[in-house]
Design a protein around this ligand. Structure first.
Ligand code: HEM
Length: 594
């Protein structure tokens, strides 16, 4: 198969070469081009094509020898490119999805590849074995360059702010990296991560979830739905805006949104133009994305002034976390810590804007799309309702349920995991700034960029269970992550690989169906993995489980379209968005309906 692919590619290059020569000859005949100019142009094209043919052949050869040999760690095979220096920039920017899939697999298997890109090599790591090494590696962290890129292009951090980030190569852990020499007060990477982890993994992740639940109920109450059907132009948009407002409020408090009533609408307008900012379109060429970004930062700065004026220590709620002005200890701590380290309001607002967007940009579409999958399938809806009703007979008992209780519902959890498996196509970057990282049979040289896209491991049908093709990997299967005790063919991993991959038997769950992610390290990676893993994942899971259960318990929804297509336009930025509106009608359920 690989050989056939290679032959076809060579045939295509030969065809292209022949046609180009013919076209140039015709061009010469019709236009008045000097023979010397043409000869030079032809020689360059010849050289590029021959070089490309050569590179393809050596890639195929080294791929076969690398993948079959178990010699010590080495650089992964180098992916061919047509134009030296530029490398694969043009195909990767023009069609990221297709290019990543091609470079990340060979002969039907996921592989690790070195891809030339703008004079550097990017290490695309997609085979499970190497991903598992990345997860355990202690010197890998989010590359500061990527962080600076997003702060600059996506969130508008001023140059004076970026310099502080540029100077820090000490890493995100309490102990600075060996070889780094950064003063403790300049360890911005560590300060940020320590706050992320302290606030979103410890007890405050529960208080944040409680605030989210209250805000969600209030957002849906304010729509004024009762037990009569109401038309909705776009159910996705209707849900997304409400979940987004509740999530933003749970971390940043109610004042930000009260002072800026258009904040959430503007945030989602901004979200639509993020792909342009990420591609680096300059302001003079495309001013609109920059305008909306600046407006949002202005709204954040207006909120700072109000919160500073009104907040006192007495405003902090009894749980020691929430307050009506700054919203949470997370924000109060950032304000204090970053101001002390020299951040002014423009720098702070870029940082906060980044966090607001990071929190909602994947969580909100995930939960909205999960609900679309559920409401378009009456059998699934009924099964999920029974599961929820059995555990929480009334709306009140669900409202007061803890996230630990929700995590005991196998179908709900499986829908969460399957939605993220199918729809998260996120790039996850990492590097080892001071020393080479040895990742099993491959080596990631010091300070080089390692990258994977969750799309590839999430769609590897040599690994995932499709029940012999009944539930194709590109389709949503609500039960994919459930092990049924009397069905040896169930569970997320293909039955023939299961024994090898699952070390701790999930039979521990006895005779009941159980949700499992056992054995999925390196295969299910929506939040990334290892040290640079998403710090908001626990909150995100709580929000998705709670909102899904809340919608199913409290509302009847009839979708007025069968379409559910997810656009590829944001490939690499996270969870996709529907490519179309989803008209529906909705009504509140009463106790009688239950
Ligand atoms: C389905 C939901 C989510 C997904 C799929 C997701 C995925 C990710 C991934 C893959 C990264 C790492 C990117 C990289 O370093 O290359 C990341 C980073 C981050 N996420 Fe999430 N995330 C989600 C929800 C959240 C939530 C709810 C929050 C906040 C409460 C959050 C906050 C962040 C932050 C602040 C970072 C940057 C961390 C850093 O500087 O290293 N995320 N997320």
């Amino acid at each position: 198969m690989a050989l056939l692919d290679e032959c076809l590619a060579l045939a295509r290059v030969a065809g292209f070469y022949y046609i180009t020569r013919k076209l140039i000859a015709i061009g010469l005949a019709t236009a008045n081009v000097s023979f010397t100019t043409l000869a030079v142009a032809l020689s360059c094209i010849n050289a590029l094509l021959l070089n490309y043919v050569w590179e393809r052949r050596s890639y195929g050869r080294s791929r076969r020898t690398h993948d079959e040999s178990d010699q010590g760690p080495r650089l992964p095979p180098r992916y061919p490119c047509m134009i030296p220096f530029l490398g694969n920039v043009i195909p990767f920017l023009a069609d990221s999805a297709n290019s990543i899939r091609k470079a990340g697999s060979y002969a039907g298997n996921l592989v690790t590849t070195r891809v030339p890109f703008l004079g550097k090599d990017v290490y695309l790591i997609h085979d499970r074995e190497t991903i598992r090494k990345v997860i355990k590696h202690q010197t890998l962290s989010s590359p500061m360059d990527l962080y600076i890129f997003s702060l600059k292009y996506m969130f508008g951090m001023p140059k004076r702010g970026l310099d502080a980030y540029r100077k820090d190569d000490s890493g995100p852990l309490s102990k600075p990296y060996h070889g780094s020499n950064v003063a403790p007060q300049d360890r911005i990477d560590y300060m940020l991560h320590e706050n992320f982890i302290r606030q979103w993994s410890g007890p405050h992740h529960s208080t944040t979830t409680q605030r989210f639940k209250r805000a969600l109920v209030a957002r849906f109450d304010s729509v004024g739905l009762d037990n009569q059907w109401e038309p909705v132009d776009d159910l996705y948009d209707m849900m997304a805006k409400r979940v987004s407002a509740a999530l933003t409020e749970s971390i940043f408090g109610p004042s930000l949104l009260r002072l800026n009533p258009n904040f959430i609408d503007d945030l989602w307008k901004y979200d639509d133009v993020v792909p342009y900012l990420v591609r680096g379109f300059p302001r003079w060429l495309m001013p609109a994305p920059y305008r909306i970004r600046d407006q949002l930062r202005g709204q954040i700065e207006k909120w700072y002034a109000y919160a500073r004026e009104n907040f006192t220590a007495d405003s902090i709620e009894a749980d020691g976390d929430g307050d009506p002005y700054w919203g949470s200890e997370f924000v109060r701590h950032f304000q204090k810590m970053l101001s002390e380290s020299g951040h002014d309001d423009a720098m702070l607002s870029a940082q906060d804007f980044g966090t607001i967007w990071a929190a909602g940009s994947n969580t909100v579409p995930s939960v909205s799309i999960a609900c679309l999958h559920i409401f378009r399938d009456p059998v699934l809806l009924q099964r999920l309702r029974s599961e929820i009703d059995e555990a929480f007979p009334t709306a009140e008992s669900l409202a007061s349920a803890s996230h630990q209780q929700l995590q005991k519902l196998p179908l709900l959890c499986s829908i969460f995991a399957e939605t993220l498996r199918l729809h998260t196509k996120v790039f996850f970057g990492f590097s080892s700034p001071h020393e080479d990282a040895i990742l099993g049979r491959y080596q990631l040289p010091k300070a080089q960029l390692g990258l994977w896209n969750s799309d590839l491991p999430h769609n590897d049908d040599t690994f995932w269970n499709t029940k012999g093709g009944q539930h194709p990997i590109k389709m949503f299967w609500a039960d994919r992550f459930i092990v049924y005790p009397n069905d040896p063919e169930s569970g997320p991993i293909r039955a023939d690989l299961r024994k090898r991959e699952v070390k701790v038997a999930d039979e521990k769950n006895g005779s009941k169906p159980a949700f499992t992610t056992e054995g999925l390290d390196g295969a299910w990676v929506p939040y990334g993995a290892g040290i640079p893993i998403c710090p908001g994942r626990l909150i995100s899971k709580n929000v998705i489980l709670h909102t899904t259960a809340f919608m199913v318990k409290n509302f009847d929804v009839e979708l007025l379209t069968n379409r559910l297509e997810i656009s590829n336009w944001r490939y690499g930025l996270g969870v996709g968005r529907p490519a179309h509106v989803v008209p529906a009608r909705i009504k509140r359920r009463t106790e009688k309906d239950g």
